[in-house]
Every structure is written in structure tokens, then in C-alpha cells.
Design a protein around this ligand. Structure first.
Ligand code: NAD
Ligand code: MG
Length: 344
């Protein structure tokens, strides 16, 4: 195959300084320079975009069994073994979101972090929201966005408060100078095997985080969107193939799909698109911090056709594609990234 000429990236040096501090699994994915040099179609930088290199997806990333591990909620990416790959050393942008301004909830870790890195390297300024307990993860993301030469805005706070959700949007708009992309990604997942043990407090916590916050933030953001804006919701395959221990969570994911399909019809006349991504099992802190039965975590992702969980980095392309103008005819869609489990 022919690799495209990579766009020269003036931020590579500062990015390398940040990456040097991060290390981890992702480092294994750096493209060998010898391979890069062999290719006569490369530009002067001699770098093949990582996403252009052909690999076997089955063996590309760690597979079960994983070490047994738990973390207090909300969990940190930095404490996971192995460390998730959010694209820190691999994602190379091609200018698909130049000048866009994005707000990503749960942007400190997991899928949200992978999206933040990709958006910044595609040319967007990025604001991230997270919980104060996740400050150390968030600091890493802020450094990576800045290393990509883009503006980074850190807005910690608890999304279960309507007043905070409104303040979050107001601050993002003020500090970014507008808003073009909203990624509603933060979520609470707490496994409870029996309905009899699912308390009203836990049920309410999940509903507030996954549904009310999405509603409050989207509503507050709506007056700021111009034609060409894009809303992307992180739903889940739990929306249509729910696990028995996620009664409250799976309902919110199904509701998010309905929200996406409905809102897309309501706002397309304003030139605003609304889509969702439905991931399968992804290696993120949400799982060892209460989202998953700790005894089952070592086999996480084993029962997918690909026989392993996804890494956050494997989700980024879907969010870039849906946000970019290339997807101008896609609205009300659900993009599955799940290692082979069929969608409904
Ligand atoms: P993650 O733990 O890295 O991200 C979830 C984030 O939600 C946290 O980082 C936290 O900042 C945020 N959050 C939770 N409660 C909050 C609150 N009250 N206020 C503010 N922020 C809060 O895990 P992830 O897996 O990357 O999760 C991102 C999205 O992906 C979620 O919507 C989740 O439902 C979805 N998802 C995950 C999987 C998976 O297997 N990991 C599968 C399908 C869908
Ligand atoms: Mg987090």
C-alpha cells in the first residue's frame, strides 16, 4: 500500500518531551524509522502515520488474561496495568479539524483522552471536564494538547449538578472563543448483580451522570453552535446487548441512543449533526473502579470475536470522522467499535 505524505508537524519535538514522561504500552507502537526510510513515498520528515501501517488487529494489543486489579472510583489511567493506549505516541493528525473548538466530558482518561489527543492533533482547541480526583490524569492530557500546539482548557467539576453543567459550557465557550464540537462522554458505570441491591441512590447517581448531565450540557451548548457543529455521544453496546449486572447503566446507554436519534432530527435544520459511538469492552479506568466484577476483569474482552478488549486509541478515528466535515451527510447514526459483536 502507498502511505500518504505526512504533514510536517512542528510540534513533534515538544510532543516527544511530553511522551518521554508518559512511557507505557503505547511506546511499543512507535513506527520503526527503518521502515519509514524504506518507503519512497514519504516526505522529508520520513514518518509514516501510525494509522497507515498495516497490522493484525487481533495481536495488535494486549489480550486476556490481565492482572487482577481494583481502584477506588473514579480510577486513574496511570494506575492501570497494562497502561491503556490513548494514542499518545501513535496518533498523527492530517488537519481534519483545523480551527474547531471542542468540549469533551471525561476527557482525562479512557476514550475521552484518546479523543482529546486526536482532536488536538487534527487542529482543534480542546476543553476537557473531569472530576477533581482525576487531576493527575487530566494534567497529562492538557500537556499533550499543548504539545500539539493547540489551546487546552481544564474545567474540573461534578456533572451531577445542573449549575455546574451550565458553568462548564459557559467557561468552555468563553475560554475557547466558541464551540463547534461537543463530546458527551463522561459516565458512571457501577456493576450491581441484583436489582434488589441496586439502591435508589446508586440508580440516581447513574441517571444524573449519564443522562441529566448530557441533557443539561447539550441544552446549554445549543445557542452557541453554528452550522457545521457536531455533537457526539458515547453510548455503548450495552444499549442493545445489556449485561445482567448493569441494569441502571444499560438503560442510560439505550436512552442515549434514543437521544441521539431524536435530537439529530430536531436540530439538523440548524446545520448541527448529532451522532453516537457505541463501544464494546474498552480498557479504561471505569472498569477496575467498580464498573466490572473484579473477578471477571482478568478475562475482560475475551468473549468478543477479536478475543481482546479495545484500547481507547482504537476509538479516536470514529470521533474524528463524525466531527469532521467529511461526515456532512451522517446524522442520527450510531457508529459501533466493538471487536466484532454485531449491532442490532
Ligand atoms: P473513563 O473512566 O476513562 O472515563 C469516564 C469519565 O467519566 C471519567 O474519566 C470521569 O472524568 C467522568 N465522570 C464520571 N462521573 C463524573 C461526574 N459525576 N462528573 C464529572 N465527570 C464524571 O472510562 P471510559 O470507558 O473511557 O468511559 C467513557 C465513556 O465510554 C462512557 O460514556 C462509558 O459509558 C463509555 N463506554 C465505555 C466502555 C468500556 O468498556 N470502557 C464501553 C462502552 C461505552
Ligand atoms: Mg478518568
Amino acid at each position: 500500500m502507498t502511505e500518504p505524505d505526512p504533514i510536517p508537524d512542528p510540534t513533534i519535538q515538544s510532543r516527544r518531551r511530553v511522551l518521554g514522561k508518559l512511557g507505557g504500552l503505547a511506546a511499543a507502537l512507535t513506527i520503526p524509522t527503518a521502515l519509514a526510510r524504506q518507503n519512497s513515498n514519504l516526505g522529508s520528515s520520513g514518518r509514516i502515520p501510525a494509522q497507515s501501517v498495516k497490522r493484525n488487529p487481533v495481536t495488535q494489543y494486549p489480550k486476556p488474561p490481565f492482572p487482577k486489579q481494583t481502584q477506588p472510583w473514579p480510577g486513574l489511567a496511570s494506575k492501570m496495568v497494562p497502561r491503556p493506549d490513548h494514542g499518545e505516541t501513535s496518533y498523527q493528525g492530517t488537519g481534519r479539524l483545523v480551527g474547531r473548538k471542542a468540549l469533551i466530558t471525561g476527557g482525562d482518561s479512557g476514550i475521552g483522552r484518546a479523543v482529546a489527543i486526536a482532536y488536538a492533533r487534527e487542529g482543534a482547541d480542546v476543553a476537557i471536564n473531569y472530576l477533581p480526583a482525576e487531576e493527575s490524569d487530566a494534567r497529562e492530557v492538557i500537556a499533550l494538547i499543548r504539545a500539539a500546539g493547540r489551546k487546552a482548557v481544564a474545567i474540573p467539576g461534578d456533572l451531577r449538578s445542573e449549575a455546574f453543567c451550565q458553568e462548564l459550557v459557559a467557561r468552555a465557550v468563553r475560554e475557547l472563543g466558541g464551540l463547534d464540537i461537543l463530546v458527551s462522554n463522561a459516565a458512571r458505570q457501577h456493576q450491581v448483580p441484583s436489582i434488589e441491591d441496586l439502591t435508589t441512590e446508586l440508580f440516581d447517581w447513574t441517571m444524573k451522570t449519564n443522562l441529566y448531565a448530557m441533557f443539561w450540557i447539550t441544552k446549554a451548548a445549543m445557542p452557541h453552535f453554528q452550522p457545521g457543529a457536531s455533537i457526539i455521544v458515547t453510548a455503548s453496546e450495552q444499549a442493545y446487548d445489556p449485561s445482567p449486572n448493569l441494569l441502571d447503566y444499560a438503560q442510560t446507554k439505550a436512552a442515549q441512543v434514543a437521544f441521539t436519534k431524536l435530537l439529530s432530527k430536531q436540530v439538523i435544520h440548524k446545520g448541527i449533526r448529532v451522532n453516537a459511538v457505541a463501544p464494546g469492552p474498552i480498557w479504561t479506568p471505569l472498569q477496575p473502579s467498580g464498573g466490572q466484577d473484579p473477578n471477571k476483569l482478568p478475562q475482560f474482552g475475551a468473549n468478543t470475536p477479536i478475543m481482546r478488549p479495545g484500547q481507547p486509541a482504537e476509538l479516536a478515528a470514529a470521533y474524528v470522522t463524525l466531527a469532521s466535515q467529511e461526515s456532512s451527510y451522517a446524522t442520527g447514526q450510531v457508529y459501533g467499535v466493538n471487536g466484532g459483536n454485531a449491532q442490532p
